[in-house]
Design a protein. Structure first.
Length: 139
């Protein structure tokens, strides 16, 4: 009986140590993630549906022009993009997503009326069928 009690206590102690190690790993991971995440990021998400008559060359030229905006507007911290490949069929014809990051609303507000952004809008205008824009603060 004494041996069973000792074995039970040993298993309990071992299990408690493992749980403490896992908790420490989770805390370290959360701390590391918090330290590497910027304190503030404003995301500007733009979704396009092009007109049916827009050629692949037209669309490619527009993609290139959008991707060049950070070279002309320094307030854009980063840009990424892609085309829809969701199997859900809920994109409502929107095919292109551009994802811009700004440090502040002020930076975004400089971007919106910026001459390079306005010129891009003029280039896009004849090819755009639908656009959706969503801005949000990263949480």
């Amino acid at each position: 009986m004494k041996n069973i009690l000792l074995i039970t206590l040993a298993i309990f102690a071992f299990t408690s140590c493992q749980q403490a190690e896992k908790a420490a790993e989770i805390e370290l991971t959360e701390t590391t993630m918090e330290e590497t995440m910027p304190t503030k990021q404003l995301r500007h998400v733009v979704l396009f549906k092009f007109k049916d008559e827009s050629t692949p060359e037209d669309v490619s030229r527009i993609e290139d022009a959008f991707l060049n905006l950070p070279n002309e507007i320094p307030q854009i911290q980063s840009i990424e993009w892609g085309t829809n490949n969701s199997p859900e069929g809920l994109n409502q014809g929107l095919t292109h997503c551009f994802f811009l990051t700004f440090a502040s609303e002020e930076d975004r507000d400089i971007y919106l009326p910026h001459p390079a952004h306005k010129a891009f809008g003029e280039m896009l205008g004849g090819h755009l069928d639908k656009v959706t824009v969503v801005d949000y603060w990263v949480k």
